[in-house]
Design a protein around this ligand. Structure first.
Ligand SMILES: Nc1ncnc2c1ncn2[C@@H]1O[C@H](COP(=O)(O)OP(=O)(O)O)[C@@H](O)[C@H]1O
Ligand SMILES: [Mg+2]
Length: 608
């Protein structure tokens, strides 16, 4: 049963989700909060009963037995207060486990199903980052805050009701005395909510920054440019300024609610004095008077009225932001079949782009402008063009990440739009420029290419390792293929950049997809090594169809057909020799200017 639905989220939903996630513990906590609110009210009556009985016993009007009941009840309340903390600590641990177990997979699934454009778009990416990591805890905190508010309302109403039953005008006077503090609290609550928002925004940037300052990827540049001190200083200043602002507002709030609290206290003391009138007239007995005094002073001194209302309103207001985010998040479109595993045994004879045009959602620039080309089975193709020419974009369309393009992409005459996601996934495997490095075992790093594919056994993984040129590296690893990679696990081995690249390629080799695409995974290498890698991949993917993408041309000589992209169009097409022969051709010019690289450093390298 899915818990997350496309709807507008409010506090009632937080209650509903909590109960769906863990009915038992939601109920336990609700009971606890309600009991906590009712106990002070009950204490009024029990105290009154106790004092009256004690006096009656003292004056020998009744026997000792009449005091047993109130004493037993007072003892029960004390026992409850003594035990409840421990019980709730235990309940909280269990509750936490249930929430994680139930809600984390829920949010991960929704995240995995999202349309790809939401992941690329900075705004929605930020939204996802705000909603997902905190999901289980946020739900619980919001539910707790609702319980807290209910607890507060019952506490206050309960005492007022008890008063009202005895001397109604005292209760009405008390209620009026609460009004100023209520209004101060709600205003202060909203103000501090605004600050928290600003602070959270900055906090997100600080978090990113601290990642930059800690991460391994940025380590090189960090020491080279020595920007750490400067960056942290700048953000520190900003953080300080918002801190100071917060302090100012919070201290103003503090003074306001203290003043409000003072007014309420003074007012209620006056009221208690007023109550001496009905006492002296015998309208209420002494026991009840003391019980009520206890209750009212307990309420005021515990800060429930002033601090409790202020804090609760503030916390509830803050949560509305998360609810808005959650509402927006669940409404993000999903891609049907996004989490499906690739179909096995996909095959094709010819893939055609027919007059394909494309703009990224929310932008105006035509990245692909009416382009047409074909990829035929068994062929080797190259896409070349400057950075930003649209090479990767073509791959994103081909792999179904975007479908809002004009024109048609046909696979053996059938529109790619009619393909199930699993089919599209089964069609091609891509090694991206920013290929993933999974901190799991080397074996699993490769085997995940064939999830659900029984044919992909140990032998295929070993073949892929062999073909990708990783055999040497495997021999050096402590536990061979089963060595965990990366630094997350103890005893994990780190690989060099080039070795990680080979792992990514082994993954692609192991995959059953008939079309193999390399999208500049070698950009970090020098041109000669890059050519070597492409050549290597070419030889291991014999009989498969390949697309190599690069803005460097060493590898393109291997291709049957080279497509040259510029300004969203394919401006030249053909094999290397023909493109080189074109008068004033872009390809020939690019090639000539790059050829120097190979000549200069190319001893034994790639022959140009
Ligand atoms: N998610 C995106 N939203 C908007 N513009 C994008 C997005 N991704 C890429 N672009 C733009 O599209 C153009 C082509 O990008 P890309 O296909 O990655 O080029 P390359 O040929 O270097 O692979 C670039 O100008 C890039 O800025
Ligand atoms: Mg690219």
């Amino acid at each position: 049963m899915m818990i997350l639905k496309q709807k507008k989220y409010g506090f009632f939903d937080m209650i509903a989700i909590s109960f769906k996630t863990s009915p038992f513990y939601s109920l336990i906590f609700a009971a606890k909060y309600i009991a906590d609110a009712l106990i002070p009210v009950a204490s009024i009556f029990i105290t009154a009963d106790f004092i009256n009985s004690a006096m009656a016993v003292y004056s020998k009007q009744t026997g000792i037995s009449s005091i047993y009941m109130p004493v037993a009840l007072l003892a029960a309340i004390m026992a409850y207060n003594a035990a409840i903390g421990t019980i709730m600590n235990f309940a909280e641990c269990r509750r936490n486990i249930y929430f994680r177990k139930r809600l984390v997979p829920e949010i991960i699934e929704k995240q995995a199903k999202l349309e790809y454009r939401h992941i690329e778009n900075p705004e929605t990416a930020d939204l996802i980052e705000r909603v997902c990591p905190k999901f289980p805890e946020s739900i619980w905190e919001m539910y707790s805050q609702v319980l807290h508010a209910v607890n507060l309302a019952i506490s206050i109403m309960g005492i007022l009701a008890a008063l009202f039953l005895q001397v109604w005008w005292v209760a009405v006077g008390m209620a009026i005395s609460l009004l100023p503090i209520l209004s101060i609290a709600s205003k202060a609550g909203r103000r501090s909510y605004d600050i928290d928002r600003a602070e959270a925004e900055l906090g997100r940037r600080m978090k990113y920054l601290s990642e930059v300052m800690k991460s391994r990827e940025a380590a090189g540049e960090r020491s080279l440019y020595g920007y750490t001190g400067d960056l942290s200083l700048k953000y520190g200043e900003k953080f300080d300024s918002i801190r100071k602002f917060k302090l100012k507002v919070e201290s103003k709030n503090f003074i306001r609610w203290k003043m409000g609290g003072l007014v309420s206290s003074v007012y209620s003391i006056i009221i208690m004095f007023a109550m001496l009138v009905p006492v002296s007239m015998g309208d209420i007995d002494l026991g009840m008077f003391i019980g009520l005094m206890n209750g009212v002073f307990g309420l005021i001194s515990s800060n429930i009225v002033s601090w409790g209302i202020y804090g609760t309103i503030r916390d509830l207001a803050k949560r509305r932001e998360y609810q808005k985010d959650l509402t927006q998040f669940v409404r993000l479109e999903e891609r049907e079949g996004a989490t499906d595993i690739p179909a096995k045994n996909m095959a094709f004879g010819k893939i055609e782009f027919k007059n394909v045009s494309f703009k990224y959602p929310g932008t105006d620039k035509l990245i692909l402008d009416d382009i047409s080309f074909a990829i035929e089975k068994g062929g080797h193709y190259s896409f070349v063009g400057k950075n930003g020419a649209g090479k990767t974009t073509i791959i994103k369309l081909l792999t179904g990440l975007y479908s809002n393009y004009g024109g048609e992409i046909l696979v053996d005459g059938r529109s790619l739009r009619d393909f199930a996601q699993s089919e599209i996934k089964g069609l091609s495997s891509v090694v991206y420029q920013d290929f993933a490095k999974y901190h799991i075992s080397l074996y699993d790093n490769i085997a995940i290419a064939g999830i659900g594919d029984d044919a992909l056994g140990v032998q295929s993984v070993k073949n892929a390792v062999e073909l990708a040129g990783l055999s040497g590296a495997v021999k050096n690893l402590k536990h061979g293929l089963n060595t965990p990679l990366g630094k997350i696990q103890e005893g994990g081995a780190d690989l060099s950049g080039g070795e990680w690249q080979r792992v990514a390629m082994a993954r692609s080799v192991a995959s059953n997809a008939p079309l193999k695409i390399l999208d500049e995974p070698t950009a970090a290498l020098d041109p000669i090594s890059e050519s070597a890698v492409y050549k290597n991949f070419e030889s291991i993917s014999k009989r498969r169809t390949t697309i190599f993408i690069s803005h460097r041309l060493g590898s393109t000589k291997l291709a049957d057909i080279i497509y040259v992209l510029s300004e969203g169009k394919i401006v030249e097409r053909g094999p290397h020799s023909r493109l080189m022969a074109l008068e004033g051709g872009i390809y020939a010019e690019m090639f000539d200017s790059q050829a120097n690289w190979y000549k200069a450093g190319g001893e034994g390298g790639f022959d140009v």
